[in-house]
Design a protein around this ligand. Structure first.
Ligand code: 13P
Length: 257
């Protein structure tokens, strides 16, 4: 299998705002951000605001190529699920993507690999592109269990999709120990994990699907480490938390070539 960065693997630079930014802050962000990325034709750009700011984000980006994402969605079309939002609701609000299985949801909301698979299926059925997250925690890495954990999360989650479904998702490798800690994975550590995940994809699906899959890296991505990360051909983009909140810093990340 070739691991070369083929033109079909168009880069994706995504920002996950988590529980940050009101509607007013969202509008102000895009007013500052849009001029800074006006020439960024080399990548897809995605922003995941909180639910309440999605409408403002969609409105501000309507004449741009920026895609808006939900940070979560339920797998059922509708029902008595207080506090939840369906994939159809996200589509109606103008979203094109949804983040699935973020480690913060796995940790605080008990999201399992099976739920990740169900949510991914539901997102695809609604026409959304799921950004499916997985990654090991600190203890798992320290005890040499990274590949075991990644393989388990892969097989029970996105690996449970059909070939056709899987060919439409994005994967995000987010080692938990690197999220919000300032401890970015070195470019080599990130690339090795991506390579391993690509091998899992090849084993489960096919070499062709593995070669076409875009895998994003997330975990303390900053303007000062983006060059090193993007120099790795295995990395097809990034999923950025903290550094996506500030227009200049996210623009620097997006504009890295
Ligand atoms: P940080 O970039 O703040 O480490 O967050 C990464 C992340 O969780 C993106 O989904």
């Amino acid at each position: 299998m070739s691991d070369s960065h083929t033109p079909s693997r168009r880069r994706v630079m995504a920002g996950n705002w988590k529980m940050y930014k009101t509607q007013a802050e969202t509008r102000a962000f895009f007013e500052a951000f849009l001029p800074l990325i006006a020439d960024a034709d080399h990548c897809d750009i995605v922003i995941a605001p909180p639910f309440t700011s999605i409408a403002a984000a969609v409105e501000k980006t309507k004449d741009t190529k920026i895609g808006i994402a939900g940070q979560n969605s339920h797998w059922q079309k509708e029902g008595a699920f207080t506090g939840e939002v369906s994939t159809g609701m996200l589509v109606e609000s103008g979203c094109r993507y949804v983040i699935v299985g973020h480690s913060e949801r796995r940790q605080y909301n008990g999201e399992t690999d099976d739920i990740v698979a169900q949510k991914s299926r539901s997102a695809l059925a609604a026409g959304l592109i799921p950004i499916v997250c997985l990654g090991e925690n600190f203890t798992e890495r320290e005890t040499g269990r990274t590949e075991e954990v990644l393989s388990q999360q892969f097989i029970g989650g996105p690996g449970a999709l059909t070939h056709e479904e899987f060919s439409r998702i994005l994967l995000a490798y987010e080692p938990v120990w690197a999220i919000g800690t300032g401890r970015t994975a070195t470019p080599e550590i990130a690339a090795a994990a991506h390579q391993f995940l690509r091998r899992c994809v090849q084993d489960q699906f096919s070499a062709e699907i593995a070669a076409g899959l875009r895998i994003l890296y997330g975990g303390s991505v900053k303007p000062d480490n983006i060059q090193g990360l993007m120099a790795q051909r295995e990395l097809d983009g990034t999923l950025v938390g903290g550094a996506s909140l500030e227009p200049k810093s996210f623009a620097t990340i997006v504009n890295c070539k």
